[in-house]
Design a protein around this ligand. Structure first.
Ligand code: MF3
Ligand code: CO
Ligand code: CO
Length: 255
């Protein structure tokens, strides 16, 4: 079931999403050569607590094999890491790209956003991929219109990625979000126009296409979280939480 949020719930979502966006804006100037991904994690963790929220990823999804769940407060995915990278002592170097994915839980509601940063001056290869990934999010959002279908979003993203000779990761998708971190529906970043559920005012979900420079296939690392490209090609991602309105849509994770 895809929930339709009430006006009160939408107001709360605005606050959690704004804080997530502010956290990303705060961390941007800290993404520099010589910084570890764990330092970025610590800064975000403290910022989120200082604003009366908690980081949603921390201890997310415990399993019998991993009773702690996700061990950190943000995801940091570097170069060929696609998503769910775990902050560590890894030192960022000039020429790296890094996706920082922030999800906060504020007053009972989650807000989720990510972007890919350049570490130092970007190479032309990095620039190209990151630009395509950001455009893929934009065309996906533009396709999210009331009365349309979830398939419109995926089709728009897939078409743009292909046109730019990049590929779309299929194993991970966007998601409904609200009182739960991951709600229905799964928002696919590929597909066919006019397929899938209808887009209705009051729906809130993320769009977060993962775009690879090489092939689309991914694999899971032994840490059971970090997803990487099978061919080790570069991967980039941008994510927003979006509300469908009667007139169109509203990006809730703008700071
Ligand atoms: N923020 C990610 C998303 O966009 C999910 C991270 S789950 C974690 O859905 F456990 F890896 F943090
Ligand atoms: Co996210
Ligand atoms: Co998400």
């Amino acid at each position: 079931m895809i929930l339709i949020k009430t006006p009160e719930e939408i107001e709360s979502m605005r606050l959690s999403c704004r804080l997530a966006a502010q956290t990303l804006r705060m961390i941007a100037p800290h993404v520099q050569p010589g910084v570890t991904t764990d330092q970025l994690n610590t800064l975000c963790h403290q910022f989120i607590l200082d604003h009366g929220a908690t980081p949603s990823p921390l201890n997310y999804r415990p399993t019998p094999r991993n009773p702690q769940g996700f061990p950190k407060s943000i995801c940091t995915s570097v170069n060929h890491q696609v998503c769910h990278g775990i902050p560590s002592q890894r030192i960022l170097r000039e020429g790296d790209i890094i996706n920082v994915d922030v999800t906060v839980y504020l007053n009972g509601f989650h807000g989720d956003t990510s972007r890919t940063f350049f570490v130092g001056p970007p190479t032309s290869r990095n620039k190209k991929l990151v630009q395509v990934a950001e455009e893929c999010l934009s065309v996906g959002i533009a396709a999210a219109q009331p009365g349309g279908y979830f398939g419109d979003i995926g089709a728009a993203i897939e078409q743009h990625a292909r046109q730019q000779h990049c590929s779309v990761v299929r194993e991970y998708c966007g998601h409904g979000i609200g009182r739960s971190f991951h709600e229905e529906p799964a928002v696919l970043h590929y597909g066919t126009r006019e397929r899938g559920a209808k887009l209705l005012p009051g729906m809130i979900f993320t769009i977060e296409p993962m775009i690879n420079q090489g092939r689309a296939e991914v694999k899971l690392m032994p840490d059971q979280w970090t997803v990487v490209t099978k061919d080790h090609s570069l991967s980039a991602q941008f994510e927003h939480t979006v509300l469908i309105t009667p007139e169109g849509n509203e990006i809730l994770t703008v700071s």
